[in-house]
Ligand binder design. Structure first.
Ligand code: TUI
Length: 315
């Protein structure tokens, strides 16, 4: 299985299943577990300073001899230093999010790194492919955290048609049915964030996992649209306060201020009412905590049945 998959061949991994590089919870523990289980584990750099990220990379290298990646959040104040760290540490795979990584691509490529940016539009996908990236992750607005405007179903096939590199579909994937759907849209793999949050290996606070397990289809909302960086989170006291302040005409600075430090408050302190619980819409479907190995094995083992079900509708 997957012997001819272009992503598996390009990266030397067993299954074309990426773990989304989530800030604060996409740690070496989770990334190494995903890589050891045959997928691609990705450390989420978020706003991490380079010295802390360096330790996280070293920890990941100690825990797995399989390929892994780092996701660089381009809104981070440390982005330049963190990119230099990627070169120094010879990180095999660099993903990026929340911006245009174009200026960093040549140096990474020269260093032998595979560069796989997250894109939320066809235009950025085309521009980055011209600039030499190896693949793109097309992420729909069903995802948790910082999102674009287009949902997965229309985004993925449009990106597939627009570029000549492999495409990994992200946003709304958590099981074999989703993976079969991604292949049907022309993608070569999937990236999952939410599914891996509710894994044994994820270090998120138990309250964070619990609220994700309790989530229903309409439990998430999007804040920050008027700020120009929409973020999908679980509706709670914080989002209520955010929308009230927004309606009352609060300034962008006041709204930004409200969000500062709130992801850590939820992921590490477990305050899921006043903190920011970033998670995708697929959280409504998640109702168990499994090991990373079980999550991946269940998806891969369920794939033949999912494909057979597709065929039963037209053959
Ligand atoms: O990056 C993400 N998701 C994230 S990053 C993050 S960290 C954070 N922490 C506190 C507050 C806010 C964020 C949480 N979630 N996903 C990848 C992604 N990239 N989604 C959408 C995009 C994107 C959007 C616009 C990429 C490029 C873009 O346009 C750039 C351009 O110049 O065209």
């Amino acid at each position: 299985m997957f012997e001819n998959n272009v992503i598996c061949k390009m990266l030397g991994i067993k299954y074309p299943i990426f773990q989304g590089g989530m800030a604060w919870i996409g740690t070496a523990e989770l990334a190494s577990a995903v890589s050891n289980a045959g997928g691609l584990g990705i450390i989420g750099a978020g706003h991490m300073p380079p010295d802390i990220l360096k330790k996280e990379i070293q920890k990941c290298k100690e825990r797995t001899d399989k390929p892994f990646g780092v996701n660089i959040m381009l809104m981070s104040p440390f982005v330049k230093e963190v990119m230099q760290l990627m070169l120094d540490e010879k990180v095999p795979i660099v993903a990026t999010g929340a911006g245009n990584p174009g200026e960093y691509v040549p140096a990474l490529k020269e260093n032998g790194t595979k560069v796989i940016p997250v894109v939320a539009s066809v235009a950025l996908a085309k521009r980055l492919v011209k600039g030499g990236v190896d693949a793109v992750i097309a992420e729909g607005s069903e995802s948790g955290g910082h999102i674009g405007e287009i949902s997965t179903m229309p985004l993925v096939p449009q990106v597939v048609d627009a570029v000549d590199v492999p495409v990994i579909a992200a946003g709304g994937f958590a099981d074999s049915r989703g993976m079969a759907a991604a292949f049907a849209l022309g993608a070569h793999g999937i990236q999952m964030g939410s599914r891996f949050v509710v894994s044994k290996e994820c270090i998120a606070h138990p309250n964070y996992k619990e609220i994700v397990l309790k989530a229903k289809d309409r439990s998430t909302v999007v804040t920050g649209r008027t700020l120009g960086h929409p973020v999908r989170v679980i509706a709670n006291k914080l989002t209520k306060q955010f929308f009230e302040m927004e309606a009352a005409g609060a300034s962008n600075e006041e709204l930004e201020q409200l969000g500062t430090g709130k992801l850590h408050l939820a992921t590490h302190k477990g305050d899921v009412e006043n903190g920011s619980v970033m998670i995708g819409q697929i959280s409504g479907m998640l109702d168990d905590i499994k090991s990373v190995q079980e999550i991946i094995d269940d998806i891969v083992n369920g794939l033949p049945k999912a494909v057979e079900n597709l065929q039963s509708n037209y053959i």
